[in-house]
Every structure is written in structure tokens, then in C-alpha cells.
Design a protein around this ligand. Sequence first.
Ligand SMILES: [Zn+2]
Length: 101
Amino acid sequence: MHERHTRPQLRRFRNEILLPNVFRVLQWPHKTRDGYVRFLCPLCREFNTAVNPATNLGRCFRCERNFNPIDFVIEVQACDFREAIAYLSPLLPPPRRDSQP
Ligand SMILES: [Zn+2]
């Protein structure tokens, strides 16, 4: 099935699928320390990381890289963008009734 993804839909993937949920589904090592969710960086394999709950971005302070949920799946699964979207689709919460079509 071919599915077309609009810009607002992609924004939902980045904002509404919380990174800690992505870590859980991937069974990716993560832990909460000092009030922040820290995750194993898929690039340098260190825990010098934190999820910013305001932006839903995971940052590795060593690599100086940010990961949104789509980036993270691409990195961990070594897949392409379309496969990452397919992987994340089941995690997307149902659209709010008051949201724009
Ligand atoms: Zn890193």
C-alpha cells in the first residue's frame, strides 16, 4: 500500500511519538537519571545523552547530534525514511478530533 505523508503528518510523527516510547518498542537501552531520559547513542555507544521533553529530541552531547523519532529509527534499524515511518505508524496516537484535517 502506498501512503502519502503530508507535512502535518510528519510533524505528528516527530512530536507525538515520544522518544522514550520509541526506545521501549526498539528495546533500546535507556534509563532515567537526574530527571532526564538517557539513551545509548547509536553512533558512539555512550550514555552522554538526554531527551529534551519540550522538543522530543534526543541529543548526544559527544556526537553533538539530535535525533527525532524518525532519525532514531533510521539510525538503529539501518533503514530508510519510508521504512522508519512504517515502523513508527503503530505508535502514532489517534488524531485529536479538534485537529485540522
Ligand atoms: Zn554519540
